[in-house]
Design a protein around this ligand. Structure first.
Ligand code: SF4
Length: 502
């Protein structure tokens, strides 16, 4: 079957000693062409094919081009091979608010990667517009049960959708969604909302159309989130798009927060319509309580509920004996200006409870512009600048008789150490691995920053408990170089997903 993700087999890079694959004569460097007579497209497809039956018929190609068949009784399990990384599927759309188009020049190549890959949508919750998915690919999703999938709808009105995705052939997203639902695939959906583009009646229609598809077919539209558009200061030669300012955000919250409750009521109390945290932070309004978010925190990675979850965890943590680990610590917490008020409140509560001295400083985003306020898009130089400014202010106080030393540690947002590609590190772009661990967007590394600041510098982690782990690790001198890389994988305090997502 032809498929837009099709490749000519997948290369084997390692064979486990004593495995079924070794017994069958498979070797590193061979290419797995077919299983049960079906072409092996990629790693995900291999998993589907190899686990489908108790016995697998393999067609394998040697590096010299010769082929042979092997039969393996695997009982529906893997056969002990590691396969080469897949190439990520690159987007060819032209969305008016595509974040990649608004990137300043000069960053590393991997940050300009526009992925539009249904495999990443299934595996990691990346949103896809489905614009690059043809019928064969939709059939593959159904056949391999890649459910749920995350779809950027933006607008169900064909004319509005064409404008948003910049592709005249991609107005009819509902046709694709309906095909998936009929095939038993569940779908999480989102719309990035820009004033005058897909708000008002167009948004209302989007909500109505998608709600009508909740438990409509064999599959269901499980949720719909709305995220305010993210614009940078680098929109040269791009269509004009109006930003979401505080007034618009306040009106949006006033109009749609009650609707969240209405849909939740019609859905056994489980929220279906979701508002991203950024609506509240841009409006300067406290995020709502736990009942506003789905029980499973659906779309957390899309910036829905991160602040509430952080607050909930923090309040429990501050009451726990473990919180005393912060006692006496003098720490500078750097974050984006949208999250700074929340973090400052939590830091003040912790300080009062255990006698710590945590201070929060919002870092200005010089790299992308002041309109970008999320922590995850701060570059190393932005964070370093904020830390230096704070240290200079401290030095001036010191001259006037203030405390001698500055802080014991500086904390940077974990999300700023994650790249756009995030989990795409398993994938490659024409053979180039795109993951760069412990590196800010502008290639400054955490150890470099620590060396320049002259104090331990650690990632925040997703909550206060992670943060304390990192500070204690720094006490032990464990936070050097590539050590504790797991810290970089913990979710950030404020992910930039809204800005990145298609
Ligand atoms: S927003 Fe996403 S789908 Fe749209 S052009 Fe950018 S990468 Fe492609």
């Amino acid at each position: 079957m032809e498929c837009s993700l099709a490749q000519k087999g997948v290369q084997i890079i390692a064979v486990e000693p004593g495995s079924l694959a070794e017994e069958a004569g498979l070797r590193p460097g061979d290419t797995l062409l077919e299983i049960h007579g079906e072409a092996v497209l990629d790693q995900l497809n291999y998993q589907f094919l190899i686990t489908r039956e108790d016995e697998a018929e393999l067609l394998v190609q040697r590096p010299d081009g010769s082929t042979f068949m092997a039969s393996v009784e695997n009982g529906g399990e893997g056969i002990g091979v590691d396969l080469a990384q897949d190439e990520v599927k690159v987007c060819k759309q032209n969305c008016v608010f595509c974040f990649v188009h608004q990137m300043p020049k000069g960053f590393r190549k991997s940050l300009y990667l526009k992925d539009e890959d249904v495999r990443l949508s299934f595996l990691y919750g990346h949103f896809t517009t489905l614009s690059s998915s043809d019928d064969a690919e939709l059939d593959r999703i159904i056949r391999e049960r890649l459910s749920p999938i995350h779809v950027s709808v933006h607008a169900t009105d064909p004319e509005a959708r064409v404008k948003v995705v910049g592709n005249p052939r991609e107005g009819h997203i509902l046709r694709k969604i309906d095909r998936l639902l009929a095939g038993g695939i569940d779908v999480h959906t989102q719309a990035v909302v820009a004033p005058g583009l897909n708000d008002g009646a167009i948004w209302q229609q989007t909500v109505d159309d998608l709600w009508a598809r909740y438990q409509e077919g064999r599959g269901s539209v499980l949720s719909l989130s709305c995220v305010p558009v993210g614009l940078t200061a680098h929109r040269e030669n791009l269509p004009s798009v109006q930003d979401v300012d505080a007034v618009f955000a306040r009106e949006w919250v006033a109009r749609w927060a009650p609707e969240v409750r209405k849909y939740a009521k019609a859905n056994d109390g489980e929220p279906w319509l979701l508002l991203a945290d950024e609506w509240f932070t841009r409006a300067g309004i406290e995020v709502p309580g736990r009942v506003f978010y789905s029980r499973s925190w659906a779309q957390l990675e899309n910036g829905v509920g991160l602040v509430r979850r952080f607050l909930e965890h923090s309040r429990r943590f501050i009451k726990s004996p473990r919180a005393k680990g912060f006692a006496g610590r003098r720490v500078l917490l750097l974050t984006g200006s949208s999250f700074a008020p929340t973090l400052s409140r939590v830091a003040a509560e912790l300080n009062r409870a255990v006698g710590s001295q945590l201070r929060v400083v919002p870092a200005r985003n010089f790299s992308f512009g002041d309109s970008v306020t999320v922590a995850g898009l701060l570059c190393g130089e932005d964070l370093k600048y904020a830390a230096h400014a704070d240290r200079d202010a401290h030095a001036r106080q010191q001259e006037r008789g203030g405390r001698k030393d500055w802080v014991d540690a500086v904390v940077v947002p974990s999300s700023s150490l994650r790249t756009h590609t995030g989990p795409t590190d398993q994938y490659t772009l024409r053979g180039v691995v795109v993951r760069e661990e412990g590196t800010f967007l502008d290639d400054l590394t955490l150890p470099q920053m620590a060396a320049e600041l002259g104090v331990p510098t650690v990632p925040s982690g997703a909550n206060l408990s992670h943060l304390l782990d990192h500070l204690e690790a720094a006490d032990r001198g464990a936070f050097r170089g590539g050590a504790l890389t797991s810290a970089f994988h913990t979710a950030g305090l404020n992910l930039p997903q809204g800005a990145y997502n298609p």
